[in-house]
Structures are given as structure tokens and as C-alpha cells.
Design a protein around this ligand. Sequence first.
Ligand SMILES: *[C@@H]1O[C@H](CO)[C@@H](O)[C@H](O)[C@H]1NC(C)=O
Ligand SMILES: *[C@@H]1O[C@H](CO)[C@@H](O)[C@H](O)[C@H]1NC(C)=O
Ligand SMILES: *[C@@H]1O[C@H](CO)[C@@H](O)[C@H](O)[C@H]1NC(C)=O
Ligand SMILES: *[C@@H]1O[C@H](CO)[C@@H](O)[C@H](O)[C@H]1NC(C)=O
Ligand SMILES: *[C@@H]1O[C@H](CO)[C@@H](O)[C@H](O)[C@H]1NC(C)=O
Ligand SMILES: *[C@@H]1O[C@H](CO)[C@@H](O)[C@H](O)[C@H]1NC(C)=O
Ligand SMILES: *[C@@H]1O[C@H](CO)[C@@H](O)[C@H](O)[C@H]1NC(C)=O
Ligand SMILES: CC(=O)N[C@H]1CO[C@H](CO)[C@@H](O)[C@@H]1O
Length: 673
Amino acid sequence: DAAEGANHPPAFLGCFRDVFVDSNLVLPAEVPKDSDTQKNAIAGCSDKDKCEDSPCQNRGHCVSQGWRRYVCKCHRPYEGDNCAEEYITARFGNRDLESYALFSLDNDPGDSLVLSMFIRTRQSSGLLLILANTTSQYLRLWLVDGGRVKVQVNNFETLVGQNTVNNGHFHLVTVKLDATTATLSQSAQVQGSMVIRRVQAHPGDLVYVGGLPDSRASASFGGYFKGCVQDLRINSKRLQFYPVPTPVESYNLEKLVGVAEGCSSDNACAANPCLNGGECYSMWDDFLCSCPPNTAGRRCEEVKWCELSPCPVETVCLPLSQGFECKYPFHKDFLMQLILWYRINRKMKRSPTNVSLSFRTRQSAAILLHAQRDSHHITVSLLNSHLVMELQAGAENHSLLVTAQSLAPLSDGEWHFVSISKDKPAPASRWIMAVDGDKEYISVSKAAVGDLNFLRDGADIFLGGLSQESGATFSGCLGPVEIGGLHLPFHLDTELNLPRPQEERFVRGSSNNSPQYGCWGARVCAPNPCQNGGACEDLFDQHQCRCPSEWTGSLCQDQTNACNSHPCVYGNCTSLPRGFKCECEVGFTGEQCEAEVDMCENSSCSYGATCLKGFQSYTCLCPRNMTGHYCDLPQLPASSCVGTRWNYSCFNGGNCSEAENTCYCLPGFTGQW
Ligand SMILES: *[C@@H]1O[C@H](CO)[C@@H](O)[C@H](O)[C@H]1NC(C)=O
Ligand SMILES: *[C@@H]1O[C@H](CO)[C@@H](O)[C@H](O)[C@H]1NC(C)=O
Ligand SMILES: *[C@@H]1O[C@H](CO)[C@@H](O)[C@H](O)[C@H]1NC(C)=O
Ligand SMILES: *[C@@H]1O[C@H](CO)[C@@H](O)[C@H](O)[C@H]1NC(C)=O
Ligand SMILES: *[C@@H]1O[C@H](CO)[C@@H](O)[C@H](O)[C@H]1NC(C)=O
Ligand SMILES: *[C@@H]1O[C@H](CO)[C@@H](O)[C@H](O)[C@H]1NC(C)=O
Ligand SMILES: *[C@@H]1O[C@H](CO)[C@@H](O)[C@H](O)[C@H]1NC(C)=O
Ligand SMILES: CC(=O)N[C@H]1CO[C@H](CO)[C@@H](O)[C@@H]1O
């Protein structure tokens, strides 16, 4: 009985079977339809878990509570018994309106404060939320650094998220404040935390969303927020801009200014953002340009100039961010026999800090590059075949001269690449001249010198000489020349099919004739200057003859002198019509006097003696019973002598002398004995 059951446990929900009373089956029982002995009981046991029907929508989690009931745990931003309702999104800054919402707290949220909301934006700055009491804005959230959430507590401690949130998707932003820490999370990822002084929210405190009533105050947080906010909560209480039908605990909305329902998009295409005929497609708070061919960039603002074939034949188009240059393929060179002059258009913004060029010549003296304005100048020239750089630059009446010279001579007909640049990007620095990639030479300037800024003030720049009369006109090939990363074109602007659109550019001044494309020297091998069948080799403005072996000389004009190779090692050479003859020094022999003479060959050492070779002489080593220079004398037995002081012997037939202890020797012998 329902009225009676208020203080009883709820009625049984389930199934019975095989219920016997006194051995009589009472359940299940068949009873007439209108009987009141059974109420709300049916045959069978067919009830099932309500959650099996998946009643929770929007991926809500179903928790069954007995057989008949369930509870849906909804994912944010869904609400309602079956999670079928969605919190209503609020659109801020629609059509760039200044908009904000204001709520007031009507309870004490407690010691820890968890503030969370979904935001969607494409802006990189703007005010998200401020919690304030009458004296202080103790919690501030706004977008900085290209779309990162910045949290500031108590006007002081700050924290910036690692990931941006301005990609046009919804992000769940959560800020948790407890007694000592503040933590920022985005979509369940912790972005950072910091130690804070305790924050205490009180009833009556205000929550500003999207901006402040005062637009100047909002501007200090990057202005009003433009985007959408959904499902804003402080702890478990909602802050609803447009309430959902389901009753939920919410704070009071005090004011809604310029905030629209939903999350509509601004028509970003209305302002025709796509340039150069690009077609605009609207996206949420954004646009996409479909660019016609030859253009690129977000707004089709980049023209792919090179695809418009602006360059003269033989040159290669090099795309720049704002235009193009026509270049001759590197080291596909330029033959110069005339002077080119240039002027920079006055729109140069950069400070040139380097010069690079490549050249090939056999001239020992010539001007490669010269630019001058007032007392400032830079000159790159060849002097005694060495490359010399001279730079005078710096402050108005305080300019300094820097010079540098290559260690090696460079007028060898080979290509050389020269790069002149500042050692450091500092305003005043030493200058370095590098040849062929080696830091071959560092300038001797002890004092630092500034940039080449005088160039952009309207200096004329000359390549290949100053005037035809000066005598230092360059004759050879010149590769690409660049100043401050800008190309000095070899062609005139009138030779281009399109004008170069870039603001910073060098313009070649007109002259009657143009330099020739290609790189060749004088015709040094035609006609063949080599005589006697020699082959001519073109070494760029210089030839070399390869002669047959009988001929020699720069033009193979001389017969080969066999003695030139110094064939006689120890002797004098005499040239013969074919070959040579050696006159050997004493002691040497052989065709080239390379061998020593064997002095023992015809020696007079007698039979049985050994000949010992010496330089231009020999010695005979005698057997025991022979003696003499050539061992041709018999060795006589020794004679024994009796002395008064001691007994002794004389050899080789020597007689004992009367004078004691000496011998009288036979002719040919000497010595005491
Ligand atoms: C405002 O909040 C700050 C920080 O929580 C607190 O120090 C200050 O006492 C509060 N002022 C009022 C009037 O409640
Ligand atoms: C140039 O020199 C004069 C005097 O010699 C000095 O008064 C002036 O300040 C200097 N100007 C610069 C730009 O250094
Ligand atoms: C020369 O300077 C420009 C900028 O002024 C820079 O872009 C370029 O890379 C430099 N070139 C060299 C070779 O250092
Ligand atoms: C080699 O020539 C030198 C100088 O003509 C001469 O003095 C010398 O005697 C010569 N020697 C021989 C081995 O002919
Ligand atoms: C040895 O005698 C031969 C024949 O007479 C002669 O050709 C040769 O030069 C002599 N050698 C020396 C070292 O004198
Ligand atoms: C020296 O002795 C050798 C044998 O040892 C002999 O053949 C030779 O005749 C002797 N010569 C003289 C001069 O006695
Ligand atoms: C050595 O003695 C012999 C015979 O006794 C004699 O004929 C000879 O003169 C002497 N020679 C010398 C140098 O004394
Ligand atoms: C000094 C010495 O030894 N003299 C001797 C030399 O020879 C004779 C005869 O053989 C001896 O009698 C000496 O004594």
C-alpha cells in the first residue's frame, strides 16, 4: 500500500518461483485478470537492465540503479536526464562587437575554486574572464602570445599555457585554485602550475566574461574576446548565458552585452580578403583563399613571378619573396669588356653588410667593383695579380679606411669567388675578405667600420672599371655579383618581359652595348702557334704547347738537348745528334758515369793475395809466407838476436844491430824490427 509504505523499505523488485506453502505451490499462480491478490506482478522474469537500451545520449555514461532505474553521467557540455540537452553556446564579438557577460556569486564557493569552460576562437589575444571583488581583480584569464591562455592570480602570479587554443576548435580550459597552487589545464592536459597566495571568493563577487564594461580596461588584456564560450562553471555551479530547460544550479546572470546565442561565424569573406583574383571560402571566423595559378600565400598575395616567364632567354628566374631576379646560371659567366654601372632605387631598407662576386681573368691590374659617395667608397680591384679591397665607411666625418689583400695571386685564368663581409653583425665590426671559401685574409683594420649604408644613399656602383680612359678596365669573365644579398643584374630592365616588382633592387644604367654571355678568352690557339707538330691548349687568354719529344720550347721551336736532363751522374755531358755522351770523372764509369770503377780489376796483387778496393786505389792483403806491396816478396824467417837487456827478433832478413834492440833492415823494409 503506497500510503502506508512511506516508512517501509521499498517494495520488492524481482522474480519469485517455486514458492511453496505447506507443499502447495503458491507462486507462480494463475489468477484471474481482475483479482487483487496479485498487483503489478506478471508471469515470467523478463525485466532487464535499463542501461542495456543505451538511454544516455552524446556518449553519456549509464549507471543502472536496480532494474527499473538508471542515471546518466553526461559528458560536458551535455545535460539532462538522458544527456540530450547541450549547454547553449554564447557568441562573443560577433561582427567585432564589444561584448561581455557579467555574473554574480551568491554563495561562498569554498576553499578551492575550479573554473572551467569550453572556448572556441581564432584570435591570438583577448580577455576571457575576470573574477573580482570590490577591491581587486583576483583572477584574470586572457589570451596572449599567439593564442595561449594566461592566468594571473592576485594581480601578480602569472602562468601561461604551453599550447595555443586559437585553432577554431573547442577547447576545455580549466583553472584550479587551491590554498597554495594554481593549475591550468587544457582538454585534460596540464599546462602548468604555480604557487599562489590564497584566494578567497565571497558572495557578491563578480565574474566578467569576454570583456569589461570599460573598453580601455579591456584593451589592456588584448581587447574584447571574439569567439564562443560554452558550459562555464565555477566548481559545480553553472554560469549560463542562455539557460537550458533542465534546472541546474547556476549563478545569476547580471548582464549580457552584445553576446549572441549560438556560435555563428563572421562572414570573413565579406571584406574580400583574397587578392589577385583569389576565390574566398568562408570558414568559422576565418576564410580560405583558392588562389589562381601563379599566386600563393594565405591571401594569394604572393605572385609566383617566375611562372610568368619574365626573364630574357639564357637567364634563370630566381623567385624572391616580393619579386624576382634574372640570373645567368652560376658560373655560366659573363664576358666583360665594358663598364657596367648601377644605381639602387631609393627604397632600400636593409643595411648592406656584404659583397660577393666571382671573376676569371689573366689581367694583373683592373678594377672589378667600385662605388663611391662623398668620402665613402668601396673598391675591389686587382693589383699585381692580387685582389685588393679598400673600404672607407663609417660616421659622417669620422670614417675609417680598411684594406685587405689576398695572399695568393689570383690572375691565373681560373674562377675565383670573393666574399667580403662584416665579421660580426655589430654596428661597427672588422671586415673579412674570403677568397674561394677560405677565410684567407682578415682585414688589417684595427678600428671597426660601419655598414655600406652609403650605397643606399644613392651611390653609383661600377663593375669592370671607372672609365674607358682610366686604363684599369677589366677584361675577363664576371660571375654573379651581390651586394647585401641583392643581385646586380647584367641585363637592362628593358630586356625583361615584366618589370621587377620588388622595392629593393639594383638597376643597371643604360649603355650602348651589353656584355656578352658566355666566358671565353682571346683566340690563342687559332692559328696554332705551336711549331713542329705541337698541340695547342687554350688556358684562357694564354696557351700552352704540348711538343713531340724531340722538340721543346714554349712553341716547340727548339730541338731537345739530351744533356738538359743531366744524364751524366759523375761526368760531363756532350750532346750528340741523337742522345748524349758522358765523360766520366776519375773513378767512375758506365754509360752515365753512374758506377764506380773496380780498382781491383787489373790489380798487381800477386797470386794468393786478396785485393781490397779503395777510392782510386787498392791494397794487397798478403798470405803468411809473402810480403811486399804486391805480396810478391817471400817472407823470410825471423832472425833471433841476443841482447844484453832482452832477447829479440828481426824480420824480413833484417840483421841484428850492434846497437842493442834494433834491426838493420833490407831495402824495402822499415820499422824497429
Ligand atoms: C578581495 O580579494 C582579495 C584576494 O582574495 C582579498 O585579499 C581582499 O581582502 C578581497 N577584498 C574584499 C573587499 O573582499
Ligand atoms: C663632425 O665633426 C664636428 C667637429 O669636428 C663635430 O662637431 C660634429 O659633431 C661631428 N659630426 C658627427 C656626425 O660626428
Ligand atoms: C649578405 O647580407 C644579406 C642581408 O643583408 C644576407 O641575407 C645574406 O645572406 C648575406 N650573404 C652572405 C654571403 O653572407
Ligand atoms: C768537365 O768539365 C770541366 C769544365 O769544363 C773540366 O774542368 C773537367 O776537367 C771536365 N771533366 C772531365 C772528366 O772531362
Ligand atoms: C784493365 O785492363 C783492361 C784491358 O787492358 C782495360 O780496358 C781496363 O780499363 C783496365 N782497368 C783499370 C781499372 O785500369
Ligand atoms: C808459401 O807457402 C805456400 C803454401 O803455404 C807455398 O805454396 C809457396 O810455395 C810458399 N812460397 C814460398 C816463397 O815459400
Ligand atoms: C848482415 O850479415 C851478413 C852476413 O853476416 C853481412 O854480409 C851483411 O853485410 C850484414 N848486413 C847488415 C845490413 O849489417
Ligand atoms: C835477457 C835474456 O833472457 N837473455 C837470454 C837470451 O838467450 C840466451 C841463450 O838462449 C840465454 O842464455 C839468456 O839468458
